[in-house]
Every structure is written in C-alpha cells, then in structure tokens.
Design a protein around this ligand. Structure first.
Ligand code: MCA
Ligand code: AMP
Length: 456
C-alpha cells in the first residue's frame, strides 16, 4: 500500500507536511518503523491513535500498517463516552509515538503490507441510525484497490502535490488524504485546518474538500482564484450544492470533480479528470465496482446498491449488522437514494432513505447517538434529533428536547464534551412533548416540518 516509502520515486525532503511540519520519506519511514517495533514489543491487539493533524499521527498509522496491527483512529476531541466506547469495542490501546525516534530496521514496507492483504488494516468508527458507532473493518486489499481506482480516475501521480486539511480519523482525510499520497507518491500538504486561506496559500495541484470547505472557499473569491493553477479540485462526503460548483468555476476556472463513497465501501463512484462534469452528479462507478438501483416497479430512483473489491470486511464483532447491510443476493445496501442516467451511466445522489442519519460538515452523525447522549443528562426527559438544511454545513443538528432547569447552551456543551465537538447540536429547541405515533416512535417529519428555515 505504501509504494512511495519503498523508494520507487526516490526520496523527497518535503514529502509530507502536516500543519507546518515537514518530513522526508526516509524520516517518516524511520519514525514508522520505530512505531512498528514498539507495537510488536507491546503486543497490543489494535492500536488506538488519537488522530490529531500531526506527523505523529501519520507515523502512527504507517507504523501500524508496517507491523500488521489494526489501527483505530480516535477523534482527538472525543469525550469520555465516545472514546470509552471505541476503546472497549475494539480492544485498541495507545502507545507513545515520538517522531524524533527513528529505526532503520525492517519490517520492510513492501513485504509487510503485501503479506496480509485481507487482514484488518484500519478500523474506523462511524455512526448508524441508532445506538453507538460501529467499527468498520477495512483491509489493505480494499484500501489499495480503492486508491488505485482513484489514481486512474483522477490521473493522480507522483507529479501531484495533494492539499487538504481534513480530519485524520475518517476515510476522506486518512485513506484518500494520507494513504493515497503515500501510494501515488504525490507530495502531501495537510493544512491543519481546512480554511480557505490555507488552501489558497498551499500551491497544490490536487485539492480535496468536503462541500462545507468548498462553500467557504466560494465565499472568498480571492481564495478560490488562488486555486486556478491547480490541476484538479475534488469534493466528496456529502452533496456539493450546484451554486458552490458554479461559484468555484467562475473564480478558479475549475469544474469540481465530485465523488461518492461511504466508510463501508470506500469511494465507489466518481467523476473523471478531463471528463464531462456537471453539478449535482457524482460520475460513474470506479473500475471493478458494479452498481444497481433497487427501485419500486417503474420508478427511476431507488436505493443505490453495490459490489466490488473496495468493500469493508464487516462491522467489528457485529455479524448481524454486517449481514443486514447486504441484500440476499450479496449487494451492499448504501441507504442512499440515487438515479442513474440511462445514456451515460452518470449517477446522481438524490437523498437518504433514513432521516436518522445526518450529514453535517461532511460528518456522518446518527440521530440516535445524540439522543442517547442528551438522555444521559439528568434534566432531559425526552429528546429527538433531526438534520435541518443549512447553507454552510449541508445539514445542521437540531435537538428537540423536553427538559427543565437547563439551558440549550448547557446541553450543547454536554454533548460536545461527552461525544465530540462536531456532534454537538447547533440548536436546541425546548418542546412540551415529542410527537409520537401509536407505536411510540418519534414523528420526526412533524418536527422537521415545524423547524424554522435556515437563517442564512
Ligand atoms: C464550538 N466549539 C466548541 C463548542 N462550540 N467546542 C466545545 N464545545 C462547544 N460547545 C469550537 C470547536 O472546538 C472548534 O474550535 C470550533 O468551535 C469550530 O468547531 P467545528 O464544529 O469543528 O468547526 P466547523 O467550522 O463547523 O467545521 C467545519 C469543517 C468540519 C471544518 C468543514 O465540519 C470538518 O472538518 N468536516 C470534515 C468531515 C469529514 O472529513 N468527513 C469525512 C467522512 P477550534 O476551531 O479552535 O478547533 S465521510 C467519508 O470518509 C466518506 C468515505 C467520503 O465520501 O468521504
Ligand atoms: P461516511 O460513512 O461518513 O463516509 O458517509 C457516507 C455517506 O456520505 C453516504 O452514504 C452519502 O450519504 C454521503 N455522501 C458521500 N459522498 C457524497 C456525495 N458526493 N454526494 C452525496 N452524498 C455523499
């Protein structure tokens, strides 16, 4: 998986920059080998990495891959509930990582990565509609298949400088944004935070962002114009609004390539470099991926289902949830509603089957997880959480609660502290009761219909 670290592209003094610190391949490999040796000595079954945007995180992940120990990245701001759940569920343990400590001893990266292509490489925690996040087990075979398919689709090579500032505990920032650079041999500049100013200053050829990042760049035309010298701009993790696509094109001359994926499937559908790109479309399946639309008789839209070599190995320790994610004939059920153009096979994602999965700032957030966190507060008697359209975040988390003697800001802070900051409700509304159907299930449509429109 880590082709660049085998020296095929030579070394490079500025191979990887993270939040202003730069390392060569040799330095990264030395630090990662030390991590691999420490992991082997510690005997931990899985490696919990607090995924701050730092060189230490990159060395930790690479070290785990070299050692063949599954890596479990943790959101750096995860509170005790979220962190505790992930550590308990995965059995992962942290070990200390010091980028200044280097080893020149094997394991050799090429052979160590190739030895166990179907073994778990990464376990990424992601929210479902109910309950606590599940561990998505990804093999090196799946990751490598995805990165090679993307390299072909985007003509991504060692000539590129990849720029992004996305979190290192999800597929977008970690698999594409770090391992992708180490496989293709492109230089990597991680900006620490994905701000318009940092993207504009980075001088890259290939840029990754979630729609919120592109929409913030679009609102600063000077920053967007600074990207005109790039080769390719790519958006994913949530739907890119058409006005943002057009504003970026106007300011930078680039039509953003949109691609679609999930933690469980990696990236499966994408526009192509040099292809015909249109707002609201996510391109065609990557090589090796098959898709189908499970539509009611005669309908053109329905659930997107897919198969291919990039799919996960299952939810950690949850065979029933894994089985439920597939149809009887073995296709993965994405839960996304899509349409496919009959003539050119271009896919459009038109919505989600469940209102209980929220996409905010490109983060996938389960309503049930937030509701459970709110119900842990002693003052909260009922809670129902929904995603409301938001010009900046795509959707913003709105919590309807029945509670007394506590403020909305206190409840927001409570969720931010127990889970993680991006899971906090942006708005808390106090209601007399949560409307429920005869079965006692919250009627979220009623809450959504009553929610005020996006003030921006
Ligand atoms: C505010 N803050 C608080 C509170 N309120 N802190 C604690 N308690 C509170 N109550 C602070 C935060 O600490 C932070 O401070 C600041 O407010 C902003 O918070 P945040 O919500 O994080 O920032 P944002 O500006 O709203 O974030 C927008 C973003 C972010 C940068 C676009 O949403 C983001 O990074 N999204 C990327 C998600 C992603 O990568 N998804 C990929 C998964 P400070 O600024 O000091 O830190 S999807 C995927 O992997 C699939 C496969 C795919 O298709 O890609
Ligand atoms: P996650 O597991 O966090 O990667 O979230 C996966 C979900 O993100 C998918 O099921 C989609 O709902 C959404 N998603 C990812 N990329 C796109 C896209 N280009 N357009 C619309 N939705 C997207």
């Amino acid at each position: 998986m880590l082709t660049a670290l085998t020296g095929v592209h030579g070394d490079r003094a500025d191979a990887v920059t993270v939040a202003g610190r730069t390392a060569s391949y040799e330095e990264l490999l030395g630090a990662a080998r030390q991590v691999a040796a420490d992991l082997a000595e510690s005997g931990v079954p899985a490696f919990a990495v607090t995924a701050t945007p730092t060189l230490e995180t990159v060395a930790a992940v690479v070290g785990a891959l070299l050692a063949g120990v599954p890596c479990v990245p943790l959101p750096p701001d995860a509170g005790p509930a979220e962190r505790g759940h992930i550590l308990r569920d995965s059995g992962a343990r942290p070990i200390e990582v010091d980028f200044a400590r280097r080893s020149d001893r094997t394991p050799d990266p090429a052979t160590a990565a190739a030895r166990t292509p179907d073994d778990p490489a990464l376990i990424l925690y992601t929210s479902g509609t109910t309950g606590a996040p599940k561990g998505v087990v990804l093999s090196s075979a799946a990751i490598t298949a995805d990165l090679d398919a993307l390299a072909e689709a985007w003509q991504w090579s060692a000539e590129d400088t990849l720029v992004h500032g996305l979190p290192l505990f999800h597929v977008h920032g970690l698999v594409l944004g770090v391992l992708g650079a180490l496989r293709t041999g492109s230089r990597l500049v991680h900006t620490g935070r994905p701000t318009p100013e940092a993207y504009a200053a980075a001088g890259g050829s290939l840029y990754f962002g979630v729609p919120t990042v592109w929409s913030r760049i679009a609102r600063q035309p000077q920053a967007a114009a600074a990207l005109s010298g790039a080769r390719l701009l790519v958006s994913g993790s949530a739907a890119l609004p058409a006005p943002v696509f057009r504003d970026i094109e106007r300011a930078s001359g680039h039509r953003i390539v949109e691609r679609y994926g999930m933690t469980e499937t990696l990236i499966t559908v994408s526009g192509r470099a040099g292809g015909d790109l249109h707002p609201g479309t996510v391109g065609t399946p990557l090589p090796g991926i098959s898709t189908r639309i499970a539509a009611e008789d005669g309908a053109e839209i329905g659930e997107l289902q897919l198969t291919g070599p990039t799919l996960f190995s299952g939810y950690l320790g949850r065979p029933e949830a894994t089985a439920a994610a597939y149809t009887e004939d073995g296709w993965f059920r994405t839960g996304d509603i899509a349409a496919v153009d009959e003539k050119d096979g271009v896919h459009r994602i038109v919505g989600r089957a469940s209102t209980d999965l929220i996409k905010s700032g490109g983060y996938r957030i389960g309503a049930g997880e937030i509701e459970n966190a709110l119900l842990d507060h002693p003052r909260v008697r009922e809670a129902a959480v929904v995603g409301v359209p938001d010009a900046d975040l795509g959707q913003r988390i709105v919590a309807f609660v029945v509670a007394e003697g506590v403020s909305g800001a206190e409840l927001t802070d409570f969720v931010a502290a127990h889970l993680s900051v991006h899971k906090r409700p942006r708005e808390v509304r106090f209601v007399e009761a949560v409307p429920r159907n005869a079965m006692g299930k919250p009627q979220k449509r009623l809450l959504l219909d009553g929610a005020a429109p996006d003030p921006t």
